[in-house]
Design a protein. Structure first.
Length: 306
């Protein structure tokens, strides 16, 4: 398949591109700065553009079999979020359908689900608690609800949604990306500089690596699934306290102490149910070795090793 990928140079996207190429697919990757990623350019074709450049998006999807939309638009206010992310997604969705694209994967987020409940699973109502979650939930609704045009013409393009949780990435090549969230970096720098590591007691999540989540994108794009939503997280919960302990263990000369702010959070975490990816694709994630590798990479970066 020829696959057009937005956000293909980012945290998740770089591994998605690699997984597609390694499986024999051709990847056309949108980037605002194609020249920054020479390593990826050896694997896929990078083209210049932005998801809000609607004319370019319309041209790039022509001749493609599938679209994987990972890129995020941003804004500080409701209208700018709507225009930069949801409207851009809807335009790309419609352009892909009109171009005869057969498959479309939208990258949402667990933030679309919003308010935490005892067990979170795909069929629960979205109750977003911020503009980011609202944007993702709105885009999901357009992707899944785009079954036909008013006038009766049916939409044949298969449309599916992936909701990643906290996704980390150790760069797969020197000019690769890592996760934009600074918490791994901050913990590593505190440990290397023997400063206190201030964390919230029982805070954590079901961390998943970008390398792992890319397997789900590949399975889904090669499937005949339609109008499905998949949560993409690890099976197991890891606290930030555990991450800090791993960093300190790796750098034993550190004099850092972990300082926990007790907000009364339960020791028993609320979990996302990831059984659907196991049942539909045989996927189960939570490789602690990958997480340890990422923690050590951040410590080595803080030490100036790379």
């Amino acid at each position: 398949m020829k696959i057009f990928i937005t956000g293909g140079t980012g945290n998740i996207g770089q591994y998605v591109v690699l997984s597609m190429v390694n499986a024999g697919h051709d990847a056309l990757v949108l980037s605002r700065n194609p020249d920054k990623y020479p390593s990826l350019s050896q694997k896929a074709k990078l083209v210049n553009g932005d998801i809000n450049d609607h004319w370019s998006m319309t041209e790039y999807v022509k001749g493609c079999d599938a679209v994987i939309h990972i890129a995020l638009g941003w804004g500080d206010e409701p209208m700018s979020m709507l225009i930069n992310d949801t409207a851009a997604t809807v335009h790309l969705l419609e352009a892909a359908e009109k171009a005869g694209v057969k498959k479309f994967i939208y990258t949402s987020s667990t933030a679309a689900m919003g308010r935490m409940r005892q067990t979170m699973e795909e069929s629960m109502a979205n109750l977003p608690v911020d503009l980011y979650g609202s944007t993702k939930a709105a885009s999901e609704a357009y992707v899944l609800g785009f079954r036909k045009y008013y006038g009766g013409r049916e939409v044949s393009m298969k449309r599916n949604v992936i909701r990643p949780g906290y996704t980390y990435s150790t760069p797969p090549y020197p000019d690769g990306s890592t996760q934009p969230d600074a918490r791994f970096r901050d913990i590593a720098e505190a440990v290397v500089n023997s400063k206190p590591v201030a964390l919230t007691k029982h805070d954590g999540t079901q961390f998943i690596s970008a390398e792992e989540i890319a397997q789900l994108y590949l399975k889904l794009i090669e499937s005949d699934k339609n109008e499905e939503v998949y949560l993409a997280l690890a099976d197991t919960f890891t606290s930030w306290e555990q991450i800090a302990k791993i960093a300190i263990e790796y750098y034993p000369s550190s004099k850092s102490e972990i300082v926990l702010n007790d907000l009364g959070w339960s020791e028993k975490p609320m979990l996302f149910d990831v059984s659907r990816i196991r049942e539909d694709f045989g996927l189960s994630f939570g490789d602690r070795d990958k997480l340890i590798e990422h923690i050590r990479w951040n410590v080595d970066r803080a030490r100036g090793v790379h």
